[in-house]
Write a protein that binds this ligand. Structure first.
Ligand SMILES: [Zn+2]
Ligand SMILES: [Zn+2]
Length: 242
């Protein structure tokens, strides 16, 4: 009972306080409920999270072997590299939904740490740019999960983060609510450039990559402004081919 009460409190507080709390109090793994210290997902559960396996290095589509997929050969996306942690499958889909829509912002630190571990030995970009939300949606949700992850990653990797390099100038319908045939059109002119100078090499940060249209539209705006190399870093990748 007491544990449930403490757990419910932890889920309602900002992740910085949750981090402090986790250092002071043992917490339960959010997946299996076992007691342990500091980590919100215990080591055994982490080792059982689904992996992407072989994937296209440019768009992260799962493949039999890690080589460029047919789509990237014929219609290459704007990003030259996509780093994605997990396939968008249970329990990752539920964790991302909890992070985005149910205020479980403490999950951003877990995902940011996993991303940090995955990219830290690669040549790093000069700036992290989170995919922005439209101000109306930001106001409604209260936070942008991609911004939170980018901010934590920037700190862990000592890279600058810029949350106003891109602006969402059209309040588009949520991509997930649309059939795939309408998603590209939905994002037409959705992004504009902020008033900052950009380096040659940046990484866009997003939670999930599905069709890749969002990153492509955002990346094109950066490319037009002279950015030479654009990477895309995401937590998850949907596993269907489009
Ligand atoms: Zn566990
Ligand atoms: Zn590809």
């Amino acid at each position: 009972m007491l544990t449930d009460f403490l757990s419910s409190i932890r889920q309602k507080i900002p992740h910085q306080i949750a981090q402090l709390y986790s250092k002071l109090m043992p917490i339960q793994c959010i997946l299996c409920g076992s007691d342990h210290s500091e980590q919100i997902i215990c080591e055994p559960c982490r080792s059982e999270l689904p992996g992407l396996g072989n994937a296209c290095p440019r768009c992260a589509s799962p493949l039999q072997v890690s080589s460029l997929c047919g789509n990237c050969l014929t219609h290459p996306p704007v990003q030259t590299v996509t780093i994605s942690l997990y396939p968008y499958l249970p329990p990752i889909d539920r964790l991302i939904s909890d992070m985005k829509y149910h205020n479980k912002l403490y999950l951003t630190n877990f995902f940011a740490q996993q991303l940090c571990d995955k990219v830290k030995d690669r040549p790093l970009p000069d700036m992290l740019i989170p995919i922005p939300l439209h101000p109306t949606r930001l106001q409604h949700r209260g936070y942008n999960q991609s911004w939170e992850i980018a901010r934590l990653l920037a700190h862990k990797l000592s890279i600058p983060v810029c949350h106003d390099a891109l602006k969402r100038v059209r309040n588009t319908l949520p991509q997930a609510s649309l059939p795939f045939s309408k998603r590209k059109q939905n994002l037409s002119q959705a992004f504009a450039l902020g008033n900052i100078s950009l380096p040659d090499h940046v990484a866009l940060i997003d939670d999930v990559v599905t069709t890749g249209h969002t990153a492509n539209m955002a990346g094109k705006v950066l490319q037009k402004a002279g950015v030479d190399q654009i990477e895309l870093w995401t937590i998850a990748r949907t596993i269907r081919h489009y």
